[in-house]
Design a protein around this ligand. Structure first.
Ligand SMILES: Nc1nc2c(ncn2[C@@H]2O[C@H](COP(=O)(O)OP(=O)(O)OP(=O)(O)O)[C@@H](O)[C@H]2O)c(=O)[nH]1
Ligand SMILES: [Mg+2]
Length: 285
């Protein structure tokens, strides 16, 4: 059978559920998800192969970055545009519980510049009555050219069939970009670093999670089959150290244990995680 392919960008406001959808379409946790805002910082690719078709899904950082002019976000914006430019179609996710049509007014003119078909996915429909969406669909179609509307629950995996049917229909004949058994462009080191970043995001407040970097020092399978990982949390400001450590080191212990558990689950191997906190100022000396 001749092979087909479709490259799809998942865009939408932070917290809309893009990474949850990516993970549940792929069937593995490859992109971290969190109830906090701006969880995804990189550009994560998920791959789903269905018969002769390869669906390549680009998970992007929340689209509010398009409007954010702070220089530290430049990398994120670049990642976002790269993803959008490479894709064949755009799926714009909306949190149905927090519908703000004003967001569309800001995002759509920019998205139309890409000259791609845009469909809207109303996500988190497990939290609302589906009939409430009709008035929104009417208002949106009066103003914007939208190819299709979908109602889904990314978390509960509802409404996936219609969405997948549509994606298969849109795919075009062409060579696959990834091998049959690949599910992401990211390796295990990226995902394990992300697990720790996600726990920091959950357990530490305010700006700190957005100003740290998690890097890997050791990633080694031991003779007994277990995995040993050493990570550094690089902080930009010395005063973050005290907060990350917590009382008598209780916070970092919590982060370490939760991340270790998540890594063990995702990679399906007993993992020993060690974490160091390093100040980026100290590195320069
Ligand atoms: N009830 C419900 N919650 C959902 C659904 N989809 C996602 N969530 C939750 O919404 C929160 C945000 O989900 P993410 O997948 O991290 O959102 P995102 O769009 O990737 O966010 P950014 O990476 O910050 O742009 C998480 O707590 C998810 O569990 C859904 O269908 N129903
Ligand atoms: Mg995300």
């Amino acid at each position: 059978m001749k092979r087909k392919i479709l490259k799809i960008s998942l865009v939408g406001k932070t917290n809309a559920g893009k990474s949850t959808l990516l993970n549940n379409l792929v069937g593995e946790k490859i992109s971290i998800t969190n109830k906090k805002i701006n969880t995804t910082e990189d550009f994560v690719i998920g791959i789903v192969n269905i018969k002769n078709t390869q669906l390549v899904l680009y998970d992007t950082p929340g689209i509010s970055f398009l409007r954010d002019n702070k220089s530290q976000k430049t990398k994120l914006k670049k990642n976002l545009w790269e993803g959008l430019n490479q894709s064949d179609i755009i799926l714009y996710l909306i949190d149905s519980k927090r519908m703000e049509l004003n967001d569309l007014k800001n995002d759509f003119p920019k998205l139309y510049e890409l000259k791609k078909n845009i469909s809207i996915i109303f996500n988190k429909t497990d939290l609302i009555k589906a009939e409430n969406l009709l008035k929104h669909i009417k208002l949106i179609t009066e103003k914007y050219k939208i190819e299709k509307f979908f109602n889904i629950s990314a978390k509960k995996k509802l409404g996936f069939e219609n969405l997948i049917d549509y994606l298969l229909r849109k795919s075009k004949y062409g060579r696959w970009l990834y091998k049959d058994d690949e599910i992401t462009d990211k390796d295990d080191i990226f995902i394990t670093n992300e697990c720790t970043r996600n726990e920091i995001l959950s357990l530490i407040h305010k700006e700190i999670p957005y100003n740290i970097e998690v890097t890997n020092k050791t990633f080694k399978y031991l003779k007994n089959g277990q995995l040993k990982i050493k990570q550094d949390i690089i902080i930009k400001n010395d005063r973050y150290k005290k907060i990350l450590l917590g009382r008598k080191g209780s916070k970092i212990k919590d982060i370490r244990i939760k991340s270790q558990k998540e890594i063990s689950n995702i990679l399906d191997v007993k993992t020993h995680l060690y974490i160091n906190i390093i100040s980026s100022d100290a590195k320069k000396i």
